[in-house]
Structures are given as structure tokens and as C-alpha cells.
Design a protein around this ligand. Sequence first.
Ligand code: SF4
Length: 159
Amino acid sequence: MEMTNNQFFLTSVEKFVRWAQKSSIWPLTFGLACCAIEMMNLVSPRYDMAQFGAEVFRSTPRQADLMIVSGRLSNKMVPVIEQVYRQMPDPKWVVAMGACASSGGIFDNYAIVQGVDEVLPVDIYVPGCPPSPDAVIYAVLKLREAIASGQAHGGVMRA
Ligand code: SF4
């Protein structure tokens, strides 16, 4: 965006849409394990994700554009998470929160998916066990940057 001498903003429709998308991220209410407790903290007064316009956790995937996978994903849950992801409208983004969601964590066994990127297109990985809410907020800020710059298109599901 640029300001002219007459105080008009000039921008493209694409940039304007990306600005709107990054400024109003709506996360899905979806927790899998202990990391979800820290995810809930995001909207507490202490962390206050509202200051970044991303506090409106939605209970239906049809109104959400960010899935924060908070916890380990079991093989049994794969069809469920895939269906929920498909129900989210495009564009949509995925954050893998914590060691379990990113890589299976300490659960190196047959029951746990060794990273949600085996089934979903992950945009941002957050390390930690569990990550602090600050770390997740940092991930959301990085996601906002990626959306604004056009690097995070969202919504490309792996076959
Ligand atoms: S990363 Fe740690 S806190 Fe998060 S789900 Fe795994 S074991 Fe629980």
C-alpha cells in the first residue's frame, strides 16, 4: 500500500484481501492432548491474542480458517481431522503446536502419527512440550506475515 500526496491509499485487490485475511484469523476450537491447555491460554487476559485479531475461536470448522493442532494425533483420529480440515473453507492454514503434533514427540510408536504433516499441509511448526502461549502467538504473527506477503496460500491438502 502507498499513500499519495492527496492522502489516498493505493493498493491492489489481492493485497487488500490478504490484509483482511491476516487481520482476522479465526482459529478452530480443536485440541488433541495436553498442548490444548496452553492453546486455551491464548485468549486469557494474560496473553490476549485479541490484540492480533485472532481470538475468535470457532466451534464449527465452517467458520474457521486456522487449525492449531495441539497434541498428538493418533491413527484413529486421522479420518476425523481430515474431515474437519476439509470442512474448513479456503484459504485455511495449519499450525503444528508442540513436539507431538510436529514429529510425534516422545510417542514413537505404532499408534501415533509421526507428525501431522503426514496428513495435513502444515504452515508453521511450534517447538516445545508444551510450547508456551507466547510461542504460539509468535507463530500466528509469522503466519500473518506469510499471508500478507503471499507466501502462505493455505488450503493445499496432501494426497
Ligand atoms: S508436546 Fe508435550 S504437552 Fe504437547 S501434547 Fe505432546 S506431550 Fe503433551
